[in-house]
Design a protein. Structure first.
Length: 372
């Protein structure tokens, strides 16, 4: 059986560190924690789990800090986590089994990163990351901000999820790192433009985000999936700027890269037409979204809501506005399978059952909602 070193970088994580370590302490063989300047009880908490606590001065570069943490590993494989990550019980069991059965010839194991979940346990954002890597390969982290592990060799995909459970968002931190890159005159890669665009969008600098997405798209180099989502996120920016014409152009531009539309695109196109009260084309695009299945081995972002409950909830609203109450009810029931306690779904159910003569609830009204 292989052995595993857990390697983490932390700073002021007293609220979440114990929660994270409790989910992996009985699986890994070694815990290495590199603190980059905590002023709270993070170090004190870390020392309750391991005597391998190290210190590294923060230099504004996540890759440098992560590479430092990897230097302290002594076991066969390295597992890395952030302090606000956890392994759910079923994923703990899967990781234990993987540890017992892993072929030592494997250089890296990719796992899902469930970066967002809703209040009903549905994953809202998922993608793959190289998560368990062979120590002797000496793989390195690259990138100042949205860093990545430069991995090659024999890689396998595991059906294991690391779940992100962030308490708060570090507003402006990553923007500051990118601004430092600009001030130094660093050359931006296509990946830099994409992730800088994401940071700008999340901080509501929509015009500047569009500018950086376009720089990513216009470069011949770069990952095709980044260019696809650059188009989709650019469309979101245009929607926030109340520019539906350019929003729709950006969405159709994404199909140039995906070839077959993704549900993330179809649902947005549906919402574009729904806002214009053009319900038939809206239904067409929402229906297309429900027929698509995300590739479980795909490494880029996936937003499961756009494949499942969201287009059904919006078709419920569209059919209601067309006076097709039975179809409206059917799609609301589909949405309810994923979000049984969603107030919008309950709201619709009450109204529709009364209109259909199913008098289980009193009337309240019908509405949909937009996924962010």
């Amino acid at each position: 059986m292989v052995t595993i070193s857990l390697c983490m970088i932390v700073k002021n994580e007293e609220e979440v560190l114990a929660r994270c370590l409790d989910t992996v302490k009985d699986i890994v063989d070694e815990i290495n924690i590199v603190d980059t300047g905590s002023t709270d009880k993070t170090v004190e908490i870390a020392k309750q789990y391991t005597d391998r606590v190290f210190f590294f001065e923060w230099i504004g570069n996540f890759a440098a800090a992560r590479n430092e943490s990897f230097k302290h590993a002594t076991k066969d494989y390295i597992l890395y986590l952030d302090a606000d990550d956890v392994l759910r019980e079923e994923d703990q069991k899967k990781l234990k089994k993987l540890k017992e059965t892993l072929d030592p010839a494997v250089d890296s194991v990719s796992m899902y990163y469930d970066a967002g979940t809703d209040e009903y346990g549905n994953v809202t954002l998922r993608y793959r990351r190289n998560r368990l890597v062979k120590r002797e390969k000496n793989f390195k982290w690259k990138g100042d901000c949205h860093q990545y592990l430069d991995v090659h060799g024999h890689i396998i995909n595991a059906d294991i999820s690391v779940t992100h459970k962030k308490i708060r968002h570090s507003v402006g931190r990553n923007l500051n790192i990118y601004q430092q890159k600009i001030d130094r005159g660093d050359a931006f890669s296509p990946r830099d433009y994409f992730y800088y665009g994401n940071e700008l969008r999340e901080n509501r600098h929509y015009d500047k985000a569009i500018e950086n997405y376009n720089k990513n798209i216009d470069m011949k180099e770069g990952w095709i999936e980044d260019k696809l989502y650059a188009c989709i996120y650019k469309a979101d920016c245009y929607r926030y700027l109340d520019d539906p014409e350019n929003e729709l152009k950006a969405l159709f531009q994404s199909i140039e890269f995906s070839k077959i539309p993704r549900a993330e695109t179809c649902s947005r196109i549906g919402y574009h037409f729904q806002r214009k009260r053009e319900y038939h084309p809206a239904i067409y695009w929402y229906d297309q979204a429900t027929k698509l299945v995300p590739d479980q081995n795909k490494w880029s972002f996936s937003y499961p809501a756009y494949y499942t409950w969201y287009p059904h909830l919006q078709m419920c609203v569209c059919y209601y506005n067309l006076g097709e109450i039975e179809k409206s009810y059917q799609h609301n029931e589909k949405a309810r399978e994923y979000r049984p306690k969603d107030q919008s779904v309950i709201y619709n159910k009450q109204l529709l059952e009364k209109k259909l003569g199913i008098n289980q609830y009193s009337e309240t009204g019908g509405k949909g909602e937009e996924v962010k």
